[in-house]
Write a protein that binds this ligand. Structure first.
Ligand code: MRU
Length: 359
């Protein structure tokens, strides 16, 4: 199958890049004001960058962690017992953030690669190749999902339409092109997008700072709204699809994604909009029976208690869960690089995951 065509702008946005023996990360905390880069030379620096959200988005943190292992191996240089030599760094990376499964998925691939290497192998070189392959495959998966998602939109309506997205599931959150934003890019290229409504995505503002930045650079018409405007927009703006990414998809099709996604799915159901989740198969966790078993990350109070440089702290405690769980029965379609599942359930997920790549 032919994947979606690349977007010139999305190709230029590189959340991560292997360059001159270090992992270069675009510091997403500074966007859109500044395009600054941070070079990571060891696993500790990569873990810190993931935890502090220099790099964020489920696929991107998995890729960063894989490069983190490669960096750790370069620092070790030579070893009789590589598994032992890398153990502490692997654990450090694994614990950087709890919710997105792509992190442990990528680290498992790196461990498996290490376990298969012969005694005389150039371990640092082979692990770097493995990290680069994870990076490259994610980019390719996004192009495939872009095409599949676009075709799904076209199947229901062939004219330009309004879409709504939440958080940032774009080139910044992935190995390139994006998952939800990849579908939006492909749909726009196919003449299917009139306008994209972007939830600002409190409190970290992935929507207004990152998604808006990406869409503006791509020349895709968009506007930013406060998250709590979503219901009003669905009632008044003839939106056809809500399109989001995912941090973890349970075996029964429940989707863990940025806080606010669950509310959107209920609003979409009430207003008769379709709800699409776009995620590579690396986001599907068949070991997680239901979404409610997932560990939901809680971040610090500071994310809520600062606005425009002003403190909002009056001494009331903050509760800041940054992901939520959308039940499978509120989801119309899950788009992966292996194929599309409509009305997801446990049987369809198991079927999809037992297939080899179809493209
Ligand atoms: O806290 P973040 O910014 O890492 O959360 C990101 C999301 O929730 C995304 O929707 C998800 O990771 C998919 S990114 C392709």
């Amino acid at each position: 199958m032919q994947p979606a065509t690349q977007s010139a702008t999305a190709d230029k946005v590189k959340a991560l890049e292997w360059r001159g023996g270090v992992l270069r990360l675009l510091d997403q905390r500074q966007l859109p004001a500044r395009e600054e880069y941070i070079d990571c030379a060891d696993a500790d620096q990569v873990a810190t960058a993931i935890r502090d959200m220099v790099v964020r988005g489920a696929p991107a943190i998995g890729i960063a962690a894989a490069y983190g292992v490669a960096l750790a191996a370069r620092r070790v240089g030579q070893s009789e017992d590589w598994a032992q030599a890398l153990k502490a760094d692997l654990e450090l990376l694994e614990n950087a953030r709890p919710t997105a499964v792509n992190l442990s998925w990528a680290l498992k691939l790196m461990r498996d690669r290490l376990a298969r290497l012969s005694a005389h192998a150039d371990v640092p070189a082979r692990l770097l190749e493995a990290a680069q392959s994870i990076h490259q495959s994610d980019h390719e998966a996004n192009l495939t999902m872009g095409k599949l998602g676009m075709e799904l939109i076209r199947k229901h309506q062939k004219t330009p339409q309004n879409l709504l997205t939440h958080c940032n599931a774009g080139a910044l959150a992935t190995g390139g092109y994006g998952t939800a934003l990849g579908v939006i890019r492909a749909a726009h290229a196919a003449g299917l997008v009139d306008k994209v409504f972007i939830d600002e995505t409190r409190p970290w503002l992935q929507g207004s700072r990152l998604t808006a930045w990406e869409l503006e650079r791509d020349g895709i018409e968009a506007s930013i709204n406060v998250d709590s405007a979503a219901g009003h927009l669905m009632k008044t703006q003839t939106i056809t699809w809500v399109i989001v990414g995912a941090d973890r998809i349970a075996a029964n099709g429940d989707v863990v994604n940025k806080i606010g996604t669950y509310s959107l799915s209920i609003l979409a159901m009430h207003h008769g909009l379709r709800f699409m989740v776009v995620a590579p198969s690396s986001t599907i966790d068949m070991a997680l029976e239901h979404g409610d078993e997932v560990v939901i990350e809680e971040r610090g109070a500071a994310e809520l208690l600062q606005l425009g440089g002003q403190s909002l702290d009056v001494g009331v405690p903050v509760f800041n869960p940054v992901f939520d769980v959308t039940p499978a029965d509120l989801i119309d379609a899950i788009v992966t690089e292996k194929g599309v599942i409509e009305r997801p359930d446990a049987r369809k997920l198991a079927d999809l995951m037992s297939h080899r790549h179809l493209h």
